[in-house]
Design a protein around this ligand. Structure first.
Ligand SMILES: [Zn+2]
Ligand SMILES: [Zn+2]
Length: 282
């Protein structure tokens, strides 16, 4: 279900022109997406297809360490790119990581892959988290696509799926909530921040704590963004952004989520914390 790399690039360019305040972050994001597309192309030949139909956190039966030689070389390229095109804080973190021993790169990938605390690499936590996440997304997405069976057209569903706050395939938090037309209404799904799997999720339910009392669930919206909103919970004070494809069928959830920067600022002002920062650190 994930949009193709080309579609993401095209949408990032469209939105950068439409919303000048988001142009710089979107152009950085586009550089990352180009890298991700190339990396996935290089991995495609060497990553085995995991048996489809496996249940649980099967994605973790593979490990980035299995492809360390290829990934080390690519990670070096990635750090060089980020050093050149990222905002200053991220760029200097990339420089610092370039002089970190390669074994520690693997420890960083591994910790991210297993959802554990990241190793102490003298780079501030939220900044450090960007590197394994952006770098391993194409790898995780490739494994997950094999696991789901390529060409899937429906979000994952099944027992327990609609109430799962984490990806049923890999256990990571959702990046964005998506509404798609279904019947006479809209169906909701969540898009995984690591492997891009989309799974069906209850329409009225907090994505962090599972609260279903509708008066505790609030939406923040701005007139410029009729198809994107903040979906927040007053019980746990967490939020996610939701992209409504019934209002804008051309939206690419992961890209529109990034572009709607003012909504993150508004949510932050209200004291809400995002369930999962996106690739531009919001
Ligand atoms: Zn996942
Ligand atoms: Zn909650």
């Amino acid at each position: 279900m994930a949009a193709s790399w080309d579609r993401r690039l095209q949408r990032a360019e469209e939105l950068a022109q439409r919303w000048p305040f988001a142009a710089e972050p979107l152009r950085f994001y586009a550089r990352v997406v180009r890298f991700q597309a190339n990396l996935q192309g290089a991995l495609r030949c060497s990553v085995p297809i995991l048996a489809s139909g496996e249940e649980g956190f099967a994605l973790r039966s593979a490990s980035p360490r299995d492809h360390r030689l290829l990934l080390r070389a690519k990670f070096a390229d990635f750090l060089e790119l980020v050093g050149e095109v990222a905002p200053p804080q991220l760029a200097s973190a990339a420089e610092a990581l370039r002089s970190t021993p390669e074994e520690l790169w693997e420890a960083l990938w591994d910790a991210y892959w297993r959802g554990q605390a990241l190793p102490d690499l003298e780079v501030e936590g939220p900044v450090l988290a960007f590197f394994p996440k952006a770098f391993l997304q194409p790898y995780a997405a490739l494994l997950a696509a094999g696991l789901r069976g390529d060409g899937e057209t429906e979000p994952l569903s099944g027992p327990g799926v609609e109430t799962s706050p984490v990806c049923p395939l890999c256990g990571a938090a959702p990046q964005v909530s998506v509404l798609r037309e279904e019947g006479h209404g809209a169906a909701r799904s969540l898009l995984c921040s690591r492997c891009e799997t989309e799974w069906r999720y209850k329409r009225v339910r907090c994505v962090a704590c599972g609260e279903e009392e509708s008066r505790q669930l609030v939406c923040l919206q701005a007139t410029e963004w009729p198809h994107v909103r903040v979906s927040a919970c007053q019980v746990c004070r967490r939020y996610i952004k939701e992209v409504d494809l019934t209002r804008d069928g051309l939206a690419v959830p992961v890209v529109d989520e990034i572009a709607a920067i003012p909504l993150d600022l508004a949510a932050g002002e209200e004291g809400y914390e995002k369930v999962e920062p996106n690739l531009i650190g919001l």
